[in-house]
Design a protein around this ligand. Structure first.
Ligand code: PM9
Length: 467
């Protein structure tokens, strides 16, 4: 936007908010950070947050809530059942996402757990536009196998395709022909696609998937975690949507699915919360039975009334065009800076994060030396910046063979929390990355010293390999 104009004639976007309360940050020395990362087994998840200067680990639950959301927290109706805040949440999910039935859950994976248990039988296959860690694990624990049907461009960090989150329709049709529609309880559609670099799916592609699914009697479950960011990309890039509000695009996207799992900790600007939403009465009744076992009554699902109120109010703020433009604009600001300096990142720049391409950043390391894991650790040592590995460690092991999966993307995610950091923080981040890039050839690989059974990236430990 506006990039071609001389700077003085540009009209830049600015954040549509001002700051009322701040949290002070601690500066640490490089020696202190080296000690901290060693204690954390070279895993940024295991650092103490007080030892971090700029925290780009995740945008999950790390957003700054507005005064309107915080005042809503004081109106928490903490009744065991029938909380007024639940009904407010239900009303806003119906209005903006369009699903008639809503069950709150403590966060996104609570919703994934319920839908996987309800719909998947042993031996089933669940296609999707690239795996997500918790989503795939719940599908596997329910007896299913995940099959990736994303377009090939998604695996290429340099492809400039505008919708790298699209489903490859041919791959989907081949899969249905191979295993049979009766073995496919639903298709998971991620919007945006986190593991591909925050890449969007187009409305046209969602419509095509819908047609294939309807022809074969297969449901579609949308992972709506960052669907508002996806709707923004549709507005910016897809023909026919330039003049549509993001809220309308979101509603149309959801209309092409049968239900959704949601982590409110991302798009919806809250520190905790999620929901499962659906059209089908039968699924709703099953979810009503199961939610009381795993989350709590269906009118709170593991959340306090105040959390549901904050999420209900967050929905309204999150779908505003000026909010989402500034949110994605911040991510693009950091990405453009790194591009200008020739630092290898996933392109086009994603919606919630900039992803460093560790394969090109550290070409001297093999994938089984965990280059992205080490790059994330080095970023912390260099400048106190916390990021997250999204490569071989996150991909884990094949459930049948026990072998490590080797994803084509080996990435470090610099995730921007919503409404938290300023442009100056992003400048510092880019500068730290640039100085690390200058001494990249000195960076050694890692070996794993502890591997947990599930979702190993959260708690695995490593040590540098001797040269
Ligand atoms: N995403 C993230 O940092 C949280 C930690 S990593 C497991 O990106 C999608 C697309 C997500 C997601 C979490 C969940 C699970 C589902 N889908 O963390 O359980 O990005 O609320 O949501 C993280 P919860």
């Amino acid at each position: 936007m506006n990039q071609e104009l001389p700077v003085r004639h540009r009209r830049s976007w600015a954040e549509p908010y001002k700051i009322k309360m701040v949290e002070l940050l601690k500066n640490t020395t490089q020696e202190e950070r080296l000690r901290a990362i060693e204690m954390a087994g070279y895993n940024t998840f295991l650092l103490r947050s007080e030892d971090v200067y700029i925290d780009l680990l995740t945008d999950s639950g790390t957003s700054a809530m507005s005064d309107v959301q915080w005042s809503g927290m004081m109106l928490g109706d903490e009744a065991y059942s029938g909380s007024a805040n639940f009904y407010h949440l239900e009303e806003n999910v119906r209005k903006y996402y369009g699903y008639p039935h809503v069950i709150p859950t403590h966060q996104g994976r609570g919703a994934e757990h319920l839908i996987s248990k309800i719909l998947i039988k042993t031996g089933d296959v669940v296609p999707g536009n690239m795996y997500f860690t918790t989503t795939r694990l719940h599908q596997e624990l329910a007896g299913g196998t995940f099959e990736d049907v994303i377009v090939e461009e998604a695996h290429d960090p340099m492809s400039q395709a505008p919708f790298k989150g699209n489903v490859d329709i041919q791959k989907l049709e081949n899969l249905i022909a191979r295993v049979g529609a009766s073995k496919i309880p639903y298709i998971t559609i991620g919007a945006t696609v986190n593991m591909a670099g925050g890449q969007p799916i187009s409305m046209a592609n969602m419509r095509e998937v819908r047609n294939v699914a309807q022809r074969n009697g297969i449901r579609i479950i949308l992972d709506a975690t960052r669907a508002i960011e996806n709707a923004f990309f549709i507005q910016q890039r897809e023909e026919g949507y330039a003049n549509k509000p993001v809220a309308d695009i979101l509603f149309e996207m959801c209309s092409l699915s049968d239900g959704a799992t949601m982590s409110g900790k991302k798009d919806l600007l809250v520190n905790i919360g999620g929901f499962l939403a659906m059209r089908d009465e039968w699924i709703y009744n099953e979810a009503l039975s199961l939610v009381v076992v795993y989350e709590g009554m269906h009118t709170y699902g593991g959340l306090a009334g105040r959390d549901m109120e904050a999420m209900a109010r967050g929905i309204i703020e999150a779908v505003q065009d000026n909010h989402i433009r500034a949110r994605v604009g911040q991510v693009e600001y950091l990405g453009h800076k790194l591009q200008e300096w020739g630092i290898p990142i996933v392109e086009p720049i994603g919606g919630h994060a900039v992803y460093l391409d560790a394969k090109r950043f550290l070409p001297h390391l093999k994938q089984n030396e965990y280059p992205a894991q080490m790059l994330a650790a080095q970023l912390y040592i260099e400048g106190g910046i916390r990021s997250m590995e999204r490569g071989i460690v996150s991909a884990g092991r094949d459930q049948l063979t026990g072998e490590e999966r080797h994803p084509r993307l080996e990435l470090v995610r610099l995730t921007i929390p919503r409404r938290v950091y300023t442009q100056a923080h992003l400048d510092v981040t880019a500068e730290v990355i640039a100085s690390l890039y200058d001494r990249r050839s000195e960076i050694p690989g890692l070996e794993m010293t502890y591997e947990p059974r599930y979702l190993r990236f959260f708690q695995a430990r490593f040590k540098p390999k001797a040269n």
